[in-house]
Design a protein around this ligand. Structure first.
Ligand code: SF4
Length: 387
């Protein structure tokens, strides 16, 4: 039987599995779990257990954290934005980014998949296609490595790294339980944010979990179906009306404010009419906070980065429509750690190798079961390079 990763379970769940699996030594499960989560160590022998009990722990449970294979940092006036790359047990890599938020507070942006099948045209990860989902323990490992190996003082966690979090809803939801577990990492739900490109079934699945304080943000990026379908293929499957409907139903608490992320792409989605469209779409959604994110050109830029004056103008139009708006300062651009820049060429090469040797990968140009085409099938018209 495969060993169970301790960090895929809450404290209560580990105690239950230990009682089921271990003839002795299961009474230490609470402390074993706490030490793993709070100190990054799996050492049942430290609790005075005999060799037999320790061997039973080691043969039934694992606590393997991935190696860091690359680190890059980008210093700016806001502090250092750092990207770490972790090697997973099958040789693939997951990327996480530590973002300074001021006053010695950091947000960790974690990945939920290796690659992504959503194919957003402005996104480096989208160009990789989906290689695979991350398992719960691989999501939690990003936090544990950041905290215990690198000593990063993580305060908030956003599921905004590689992948569409709600396309991997089961593992992401379990990861939220583990992160939020009061007997473990005890990271409050108000410090956790799920970001989605508009995965309607995932939003409904999240709603059913009854997480009262969990934050949700949506990558909107276009407020009309034709443009959004062009830059975000997920919109071809569930259009803005369906997305709006799902979001209207997502009210986990009375004062909940939905995050609405808008990547500003000069010449593509930055007109006053676009701003009006955002306001019309957000109107029925209750409290929202719009984050305007200046586009970060990646390895194949769709357009240029917006000038500060263009960002300010767009924000002014949104505010004139009555929307609360915040500009997300771009951090980490030089190390490809900024928004939409995760995903490395090596991983793309591995995808290509897998495509030739495995049937698990979505074939090029083929709409998969979700109706979303893999990124490799996208054709960007040169005259009007929509992301
Ligand atoms: S923006 Fe998010 S959902 Fe879209 S392709 Fe990139 S990682 Fe996937």
């Amino acid at each position: 039987m495969a060993r169970i990763p301790i960090h895929s379970l809450t404290n209560t769940e580990l105690r239950k599995r230990a009682r089921e699996l271990l003839p002795r030594g299961h009474g230490f499960a609470r402390r074993v779990h706490r030490r793993a989560m709070l100190e990054g160590r799996f050492e049942p022998e430290r609790f005075g257990l005999g060799p037999e009990a320790c061997a039973a722990w080691a043969s039934n449970f694992s606590f393997d954290l991935p190696d860091i294979v690359a680190m890059k940092s980008d210093e700016s006036e806001h502090g250092a934005t750092s990207k770490m790359v972790l090697r997973l047990d099958d040789g693939l890599e997951a990327e996480s980014v530590c973002i300074p938020m001021g006053r010695d507070r950091y947000t960790l942006c974690v990945s939920s998949q290796v690659g992504c099948k959503m194919g957003c045209a402005f996104c480096e990860t989208g160009r990789m296609g989906l290689l695979r989902h991350l398992r719960t323990e691989e999501i939690i490992a990003q936090v544990l490595v950041a905290k215990h190996r690198l000593g990063w003082p993580i305060r908030n966690i956003v599921f905004m790294g590689m992948g569409e979090a709600l396309d991997n809803a089961d593992h992401v939801i379990q990861a939220i339980r583990v992160l939020n577990d009061e007997a473990g990492l005890a990271i409050g739900q108000e410090r956790l944010t799920i970001c989605t490109a508009g995965h309607v079934e995932g939003i409904r699945a999240l709603d059913r979990q009854n997480f009262k304080r969990l934050n949700l943000s949506i990558s909107l990026n276009a407020a009309n179906d034709s443009l959004r379908s062009e830059i975000m293929p997920v919109n071809r499957r569930t259009n803005l009306a369906e997305l709006q409907d799902a979001l209207k139903g997502y009210r986990p608490r009375r004062n909940f404010a939905l995050g609405v992320n808008y990547c500003l792409l000069p010449g593509i989605n930055d007109t006053q009419e676009d701003a009006r469209g955002v306001a019309d779409l957000c109107g029925p959604l209750g409290r929202v906070l719009v984050n305007v994110i200046p586009y970060n050109p990646g390895t194949k830029p769709l357009t240029r980065a917006p000038e500060e004056a263009e960002v300010e103008q767009f924000i002014a139009w949104l505010r004139a429509e009555g929307l609360p708006v915040r500009e997300r300062v771009t951090k980490g651009r030089s190390v490809m750690a900024a928004c939409g820049q995760l995903g490395n060429p090596e991983a793309r090469r591995k995808r290509a190798m897998r495509e030739s040797s495995s049937s698990l990968v979505i074939p090029r140009g083929h709409a998969d079961a979700s109706g979303v085409e893999s990124s490799s099938s996208l054709v960007i018209p040169p005259a009007r390079p929509h992301p």
